[in-house]
Design a protein around this ligand. Structure first.
Ligand code: CAA
Length: 268
């Protein structure tokens, strides 16, 4: 019997990129491994983030997972044989990809549809905010494997939920459900599973009607201000506020308000 021909079956893309109107949608696409993050997935994610950054029509990004997980963490099967040097390289790759995500000028929303564990939770944390399915589970279970978080969990989780909850989640290594994630400020909102993606896309779509320069400037000031002391943060805000007045968009936004009509922003 002849073997089944496989030549025309394209390899599965680990991260899919599509545009839904003005919203870029990235979908982690290794459902058979609960979207575990291996080198190929992280490199593809980094490349896709670069594509989103270069897409002038994308005004917000939604990141989600195919199947029953957002991402169940770094790929344990792939990490099993790592030397310490290889682990360091892998950690730097994850940090680089997630930093690129965090640095996008447009707002980014993680639509966490299921497990967001280890590197998956860290990926969600690199987004501006998180919407969760009622089925979502968050956690940093690395200590169960004898390792520590490697893609930003020790720093971004502390900033998002405070040091006490971050310590419990990382040091105890037990997952939390969507309701707890909501209560501690890890997730902004919780939705029924079928409502999650439409809600995230709608939130991204609504941002497309705002002044894009203002949205980008506000995001930049919040992020840089968070890393600075309060005097520097206040100075950054004053500069951004003044700079916004030099834009055509602010003239249009204020005129539209006073003329009782919808603004038409041009990003200038
Ligand atoms: N890496 C590799 N494969 C994984 C994976 C991971 N992180 N998580 C799940 N999978 C695979 C499973 O091995 C299984 O594959 P097979 O069908 O080939 O056996 C498939 O996905 C389905 O998983 P389960 O059968 O385990 O599904 P379940 O419903 O019984 O359990 C789960 C789901 C609780 C999420 C469980 O899969 C699990 O505990 N996964 C590991 C979670 C984890 O420890 N993540 C942290 C990784 S370390 C890390 O991320 C470090 C870092 O910070 C960078």
């Amino acid at each position: 019997m002849r073997p089944i021909a496989r030549a025309n079956v394209p390899p599965m893309e680990p991260v899919l990129f599509e545009r839904r109107d003005a919203v870029a949608l990235l979908t982690l696409n290794r459902p058979q491994a609960l979207n575990a993050l291996d080198v190929a997935t992280l490199e593809t994610l980094e490349a896709r983030i670069g594509e989103v950054a270069g897409d002038a029509g994308a005004r917000a990004l939604v990141l989600t997972g195919e199947g029953r997980a957002f991402a169940a963490g770094a790929d344990i099967a792939a990490m099993r044989a790592f030397s310490a040097a290889q682990a360091g390289e892998f950690s730097r790759l994850g940090h680089r990809a997630f930093a690129a995500l965090e640095a996008l000028a447009i707002p980014t929303i993680a639509a966490v549809n299921g497990y967001a564990l280890g590197g998956g939770c860290e990926l969600a944390l690199a987004c501006d905010w998180i919407y969760a399915s009622a089925r979502a589970r968050f956690g940093q279970p690395e200590v169960n494997l004898g390792i520590v978080p490697g893609f930003g969990g020790t720093s971004r989780l502390v900033r998002r939920v405070g040091v006490a909850w971050a310590k419990e989640i990382v040091l105890a290594g037990e997952p939390i459900d969507a309701e707890v994630a909501l209560r501690i400020g890890l997730a902004n909102r919780v939705f029924a599973p079928e409502e999650l993606l439409p809600a995230a896309l709608a939130a991204g779509g609504a941002i497309a009607a705002k002044g894009p320069l203002a949205v980008a400037a506000a995001k930049r000031v919040i992020q840089h201000g968070q890393d600075a002391d309060s005097r520097v943060a206040h100075a950054l805000e004053q500069e951004a506020f003044a700079a916004a007045f030099a834009s055509e968009d602010r003239a249009e936004g204020m005129a539209a308000f006073l003329e009782k009509r919808a603004p038409v922003f041009k990003g200038r």
